[in-house]
Design a protein. Structure first.
Length: 201
């Protein structure tokens, strides 16, 4: 009897969840940029308000009714843009949960990146990058924004320097005396191990 009641409650909660609108169905929130400008004008009416990040962002296109044939990718670093609205067939990102393939029509997702290989597939061509860390934001309209702290094309890496760095950080870890030294050495080992796997695997 108790089991039946708990199953009934679970079914009701699932139905209630389905009745709620998806985030893409919600009405647009009032523009934070307009609110900021209005508040600025009240306080300092004689000076133009500064630009906020929102003023530089372009609105996302609406979610299409059918799945597009291409995935639109933006791949940026703090100092450069590797890909800007590039239409590709697929990207494979090194998420902390494992390698994640992203195709057109992928469900909206946010994933943290770990050190590893990011590959961009376009027809028969494939470009590989080594990324240190970052995030990928996959949108319901077949757009993917990849933000990496550091990235370099895989063909520009020297396997000998990577293996030398791995040996150095392994040595630093064995001689580390403080928690900070141990943490820094472990990060170096993790990154160089991922680099070595990418180049030799």
């Amino acid at each position: 009897m108790l089991r039946r009641a708990s199953m009934l409650l679970a079914c009701r909660s699932i139905l209630a969840a389905r009745a709620r609108p998806f985030s893409t169905d919600l009405p647009a929130a009032p523009s934070a940029d307009a609110t900021f400008t209005e508040a600025w004008t009240k306080v300092i009416p004689n000076m133009d308000p500064p630009k906020t990040p929102l003023s530089f962002m372009q609105p996302r296109p609406p979610t299409p009714s059918s799945i597009p044939s291409k995935l639109t990718v933006n791949f940026v670093l703090p100092y450069a843009s590797e890909l800007a609205t590039k239409e590709v067939d697929m990207v494979i990102v090194p998420a902390t949960t494992g390698q994640m393939g992203v195709l057109p029509g992928h469900v909206a997702t946010i994933a943290e990146l770990k050190p590893g290989v990011l590959s961009v597939h376009e027809g028969s061509e494939m470009t590989k990058y080594f990324v240190s860390s970052g995030f990928v934001f996959i949108h319901a309209n077949s757009f993917a924004d990849i933000i990496a702290v550091e990235a370099v094309p895989l063909d520009r890496l020297d396997v000998n320097l990577v293996q030398k760095g791995l040996a150095e950080f392994t040595s630093k870890l064995s001689s580390a005396t403080t928690d900070l030294e141990k943490a820094e050495a472990q990060i170096g080992i993790d990154v160089h191990s991922a680099l070595n796997s990418a180049l030799t695997g």
